[in-house]
Design a protein around this ligand. Structure first.
Ligand code: 1HN
Length: 351
C-alpha cells in the first residue's frame, strides 16, 4: 500500500474485490490515500454569510413560527461543501437565533456544549443553572454540557445571536442525550452577575471544586474583553498573523472556556495586513467592529460587522482590515489539542 499511488485494478483483482464486497470487506490498498491523506482534505469550503441578508430572513421566520413552537428559532449556517449536514465546519455547528420581545425559548438540556455570540439587540437574557445573564452585543456566553438553559426577551427589540455547538462531534461519538425541563423557564436561584463575581475577578472561592470541564463563568462581557484589547493596543505589540488575539479561558485551569470549543477575540489595526497562517482547526469568524476583507485559500471575502465567515482546516488565511476591527472566532482547537493532533503554521516561518 502507498501514500501516493493507488494500485492498478487488473481483471483478476477486480473479480476479487467484487467477491469480498458481498462479505462486508474492503481492500485497504484501494482507499488508503482517502483514509490517510498527506494533508487535511476537507469537504468544508470557505464561505461568508452577510448579516444584511440574514437579518431580514430571520425576522421573516419570526412571523412564521414562535420561539416556543420551534424550541429554538434558528437559521443554521450550513457549509456549502456539506449541504444538509447541519455543519458549518466538519466538527462544528453554527446558526443565528432570534428571540422576539415577550418570547421564551423553553428550558432544556443536552450533552452538546453551546456558545452564544451576541449580535443584535440588548438586554434579553439567557439562564444557565439558575442564573440569568443579560446579553449585550459582543458578549460571549456559554452553556456547558448537560446544563439547563432557557432564553427570554423582556425588551422591546428583537434579539439575535450566533449559536456555536459541538453537535457534529457528539454525532461522531453517538453520545447525544437531551431532555426538556418540563416548564418554559427554570427557577431563578442566583442573582444576575453572581458567577462573574465569584469566578471572573481573578479569584476563585477558596474551596472551589469544579463541576465538569466547562468554565464556571458563563458570560464574558464585551465591555471587559474590549477594554483589555484597548489597553493592549497602546503597547504596539502586534503579532504578524493575529494582531492582538486573546483566548477565552476557564479561570479554574486556564483551559478553553468549553471542553470542545475554543473561542477568541482579536483586534486588528486599520490597514493591517496579517501574515499568512494556517491551522488544523477550521474556524468561524464574526467581525464585531470594523470592515475589511480576508483571503481564505486564495478566495477573497469582504466583511462588515456581524457577518459570519468560515475558514476550513489548513486553508491559508490573511486578514486585511480597512478600519480598526475586532474579530470574534471559534473552533475545535481545544479538542484537537487534548488529542495531540493540533497543527499550525506561520507561512512566513522557514519550515
Ligand atoms: C440549542 O439548545 C440552542 O439553547 C440553540 O439556544 C441551538 C441547536 C441544536 C440543538 C440545540 C439554544 C441549538 C440547540
Amino acid at each position: 500500500m502507498s501514500i501516493t499511488e493507488t494500485p492498478e485494478v487488473t481483471p483478476e483483482r477486480a473479480r476479487y474485490y467484487d467477491k469480498i464486497q458481498g462479505q462486508n470487506l474492503s481492500p485497504l490498498w484501494m482507499v488508503f490515500n482517502r483514509l490517510i491523506s498527506r494533508e487535511p482534505r476537507s469537504d468544508c469550503r470557505p464561505h461568508l454569510w452577510s448579516y444584511a441578508e440574514l437579518k431580514p430572513l430571520l425576522l421573516e421566520a419570526g412571523g412564521l413560527i414562535t420561539a416556543k413552537e420551534a424550541e429554538r428559532r434558528v437559521l443554521i449556517l450550513e457549509n456549502p461543501g456539506m449541504p444538509d449536514s447541519g455543519r458549518i465546519t466538519t466538527s462544528l455547528y453554527a446558526g443565528l437565533q432570534l428571540v422576539l420581545p415577550g418570547e421564551v425559548a423553553p428550558a432544556h438540556r443536552h450533552t452538546q456544549t453551546a456558545l452564544r455570540f451576541v449580535m443584535d439587540g440588548n438586554g434579553a437574557y439567557t439562564a444557565v443553572n439558575g442564573e440569568r445573564t443579560l446579553m449585550a452585543p459582543g458578549d460571549f456566553v456559554i452553556t456547558p454540557p448537560w446544563a439547563w438553559h432557557d432564553h427570554g426577551n423582556d425588551t422591546a427589540e428583537p434579539m439575535i445571536w450566533m449559536d456555536g455547538l459541538d453537535i457534529p462531534i457528539l454525532q461522531f461519538f453517538d453520545a447525544s442525550f437531551a431532555e426538556p425541563y418540563g416548564a418554559d423557564e427554570q427557577p431563578v436561584t442566583r442573582q444576575t452577575g453572581d458567577s462573574l463575581a465569584r469566578y471572573g475577578a481573578n479569584m476563585l472561592p477558596v474551596d472551589h471544586a469544579p463541576d465538569g470541564l466547562a468554565s464556571p463563568i458563563f458570560n464574558y462581557p464585551y465591555v471587559l474583553s474590549r477594554e483589555a484589547l484597548e489597553k493592549m493596543k497602546s503597547q504596539q505589540e502586534w503579532d504578524p498573523c493575529h494582531g492582538l488575539k486573546l483566548r477565552y479561558v476557564n479561570p479554574v485551569d486556564g483551559a478553553a472556556a468549553m471542553p470542545t470549543i475554543s473561542a477568541f477575540i482579536q483586534l486588528l489595526p486599520a490597514g493591517f495586513a496579517s501574515a499568512p497562517y494556517r491551522s488544523t482547526d477550521a474556524t468561524v469568524f464574526s467581525p464585531v467592529e470594523g470592515s475589511g476583507y480576508s483571503m481564505i485559500g486564495g478566495e477573497r471575502f469582504d466583511w462588515v460587522e456581524r457577518d459570519v465567515f468560515v475558514a476550513p482546516s489548513w486553508a491559508t488565511v490573511t486578514h486585511h482590515p480597512e478600519s480598526e476591527s475586532v474579530l470574534f472566532s471559534f473552533s475545535d482547537r481545544t479538542c484537537q489539542q487534548k488529542l495531540g493532533i493540533f497543527r499550525e503554521q506561520r507561512l512566513t516561518d522557514p519550515s
